[in-house]
Write a protein that binds this ligand. Sequence first.
Ligand code: NAD
Length: 429
Amino acid sequence: MSNQRQPIGVIGTGYVGLVTAAGFAEIGSEVWCVDIDAEKIAQLQRGEVPIYEPGLEQLLERNKERLHFSTELSGALEHARLLFVAVGTPPTHSGDADLSAVNAVVDAMPGSDRHALVMKSTVPCGTGATIQRVFGERGKGRMAYVSCPEFLKEGSAVKDFLNPDRVVVGDNGDWAGDAVVELYAPLDAPLVRTDVASAEMIKLAANAFLATKISFINEIANVCEETGADVIEVARGVGLDDRIGPKFLQAGIGYGGSCFTKDVSALKLLAANSGYHFQLLNAVTEVNELQKRRVVSKLQRHVGTLAGKRVGLLGLAFKPETDDMRGASSLVLAARLLAEGALVSAYDPIAEDEARKLMPELAYCASALDAVRGSDAVVLVTEWSELLRLDWSEVAEAMSGGLVIDGRNALDPETVRSAGLSYEGIGRR
Ligand SMILES: NC(=O)c1ccc[n+]([C@@H]2O[C@H](COP(=O)([O-])OP(=O)(O)OC[C@H]3O[C@@H](n4cnc5c(N)ncnc54)[C@H](O)[C@@H]3O)[C@@H](O)[C@H]2O)c1
């Protein structure tokens, strides 16, 4: 690849920032990364990768000459015109997006006509307009602004960055929008070039729609349980309609992660703050919360009271191939089990360290078999491929009871049953 491409700055080196930095370095840019977390920057300078993301370590290693890490903005400001912002926007207590990290970046910007702020962080629609107004009020109105929301998925983030479904660029038709479009050109992705507000809304609407699809199929699964239908069959038949499509029709114990929950809430409150009641999203959220808890009643139905019962959790991360525990369904499930007096042991191939910080009271095990040993029931929480390949006869031998709840509908019921265990999925016959 050409090394003549424009240098960029990336502010915030978390899941999105680090993948964005490594991805743009891969296609030829010099990248100046900035984070306020001095420990994270020290790790990155030593060549250590602070997060688990398949392919990221190799990408960073291959492009290390082009990647610079610092806690100071000055290097990025000196070398790059486009400053990508990828800081966190977690929910506040009210459920609105917390823009304090974004605002700290805005405060640190110079009044320069050389630079543009390129917003990758997911922000409420209207944030770009506010930031541009603030720049104007502070005499920094020459600073350009672009909304460039990110759609990568943890677990396949590198692949998603390099092969995006689409690139969305929301701008004011100036040099900065053109420069972002040019930067993405080698990826040859469909481009949606639009205004800033629409770009911001595309991101929120996409996540809200995906969450809606999951809650919808989960409700169908719950009705299947009452009526004798099998949600896997139903989803297959429904998903072949090309107006609907098969993706995100996997019933389970609810969505987790850092994005869906907070972005659905942010969109709902954005609407409410503008005087509109986004009723549908209330249901999406409520269904998801209840779905995480339904496993507890399934367990109780089979084994009676959970007080003193041993339950083994297989997988803890919010989805496979990530160490991210933010919003993981396992957090709610484990808390509910402990509240019922169950003894909970757990195994996750990658996310154990993160999980320990959030759930120190669980008994962590070095293998799946250790986690199920002596248990009355086992719940598959995260469908790591390692867990899908378990030898269920060995599991049956290690358990003291015989119940397997497949929280992701990812196991073959017959394989589990032929090991002498009882199988129950979500919405399966
Ligand atoms: N994680 C995802 O899958 C995903 C996907 C698409 C969009 N997003 C959005 O991207 C944004 C970032 O998400 P993430 O998961 O990468 O978050 P993250 O928490 O992993 O990373 C954020 C990083 O920003 C740093 N930071 C905070 N304040 C800073 C400041 N003032 N200056 C420099 N660095 C600062 C933090 O130290 C941290 O390293 C969020 O708005 C999120 O909604 C995330």
